[in-house]
Structures are given as structure tokens and as C-alpha cells.
Design a protein around this ligand. Structure first.
Ligand SMILES: [Zn+2]
Length: 87
């Protein structure tokens, strides 16, 4: 299986990489904490008040101010990908 630069981080072995990012929920948690370290911020109005729910196994966020819905991957390079985050 081909590996990319993120998978070849110095000091991070393949077993350690898989331990940290091996499951979908681990990837989602890593992306969420990387994207919103202080918690969800609406990409449209920058409000932090929101509700979260799951639709088709994807976590979705609804802004309490503007009511727009966002996903964890919306607005990122993963947005239109059909591949799971683990890939
Ligand atoms: Zn908003």
C-alpha cells in the first residue's frame, strides 16, 4: 500500500501511526481537534453555539445563530472526497 508524507513523519512508526489514526473515529477526533481546538466555530458566521448530530454516520453541526449546517470535512481538502478519512 502506498504511503504519503504524513504517514512518513519522522519519529512516528507505522504501528504508532496506526495506533493514533487507525480507526475512523480516531481520524474524526484528530481532524475535529485540529480544525476547532477550542470547539466548533461556524465557518459562516463564526459563532460557537451549535448542536451536533449524526446523519448517515457523519457528524454534522448546526449553528445556533445562522442555522447553517456543516460537517467535519466541509471546507477542507476532505470535503468532496468519497474516501474515508482513514484512507
Ligand atoms: Zn453560523
Amino acid at each position: 500500500m502506498p504511503r504519503n508524507l504524513i504517514q512518513f513523519q519522522s519519529g512516528l512508526s507505522l504501528p504508532d501511526f496506526l495506533k493514533q489514526y487507525g480507526s475512523l473515529s480516531q481520524c474524526e477526533s484528530a481532524l475535529e481537534s485540529s480544525r476547532w481546538p477550542q470547539g466548533f466555530v461556524c465557518p459562516h458566521c463564526h459563532d460557537t453555539r451549535h448542536s451536533a448530530y449524526f446523519r448517515k454516520d457523519k457528524k454534522r453541526f448546526q449553528c445556533a445563530r445562522c442555522r447553517r449546517q456543516s460537517s467535519l470535512t466541509s471546507g477542507t481538502v476532505f470535503d468532496s472526497s468519497k474516501l474515508p478519512l482513514t484512507t
